[in-house]
Design a protein. Structure first.
Length: 239
């Protein structure tokens, strides 16, 4: 799973799974471009760990902003990891239009805009790997997550279609769908709900960001050179 020397751009890398992915790739010798929006402290801590990394701040809710972030890589980009995402969990009948549109904009539209900009670079250089972070919620949605689940399911379908456009240019596009992962969001979860969620996992524990990162790094590396258009589930066998 060698990514040493590869230029890797990770969105939403200032916290959670994105931070874990950035740390793992940095330790493996990748040249990091660390995107963040509001999680400046986390991004700066990564910069301290990996001084040669580049920090890029930006709101990804516009095609212009996404293009600017991709352009920060210069003329060559080996790996794009679309990790940035938000949730606005609530029942559909209580959901405002902005609760729907904000999740779709950040999770789905930004993934499209980032992929379009990166795809142009990668097709021109005839190499590259794109990994979109989806969620087990896009496969087996929970009550009160219609907007989030819809956005993640759509990313998976988009990935399968886009991979067919990229294949002849030797560019790959895959997804990784994490389940219950140890992040700040998990620590804020209702204890009763967390206990019930863990009961549904045969391994009886949450995963770590590093366990997600290892799968992402495999897909980014030449070890996965014949893998494209797939969604890899990392959920401990969630029932």
């Amino acid at each position: 799973m060698n990514v040493e020397g590869k230029t890797v751009l990770i969105t939403g890398a200032g916290r959670g799974i994105g931070y874990g992915i950035a740390q793992d790739f940095g330790e493996a010798g990748a040249k990091l471009i660390i995107h963040y929006n509001k999680s400046k402290e986390g991004a700066e801590s990564l910069k301290e760990l990996f001084p040669s990394s580049i920090l890029v701040q930006g709101d990804i809710r516009s095609p212009q902003a996404c293009k600017k972030i991709i352009d920060s890589a210069g003329e060559h980009l080996d790996v794009l990891i679309n990790n940035a995402g938000i949730n606005r969990d609530m029942l559909v009948l209580q959901m405002e239009d902005t609760d729907w549109s904000s999740v779709i904009d950040v999770n789905l539209n930004a993934t499209f805009w980032m992929c379009r900009a990166a795809g142009e670079t990668m097709m021109r250089q005839r190499s590259g790997s794109i990994i979109n972070i989806t969620s087990i919620s896009g496969i087996s949605p929970n009550r009160g997550q219609a907007n989030y689940a819809a956005s993640k399911a759509a990313i998976a379908t988009f990935t399968r279609s886009f991979s067919k456009e990229l294949g002849r240019s030797k560019v790959r596009c895959n997804c990784v769908a994490p389940g219950l992962i140890e992040t700040q969001m998990l620590s804020e979860m209702n204890p009763k709900a967390l206990k019930e969620a863990l009961r549904r996992i045969p391994m009886r524990r949450a995963g770590s960001p590093k366990e997600v990162a290892h799968v992402v790094r495999f897909l980014a590396s030449d070890a996965a050179s014949y893998v494209t258009g797939q969604e890899w589930i990392v959920d401990g066998g969630l029932l």
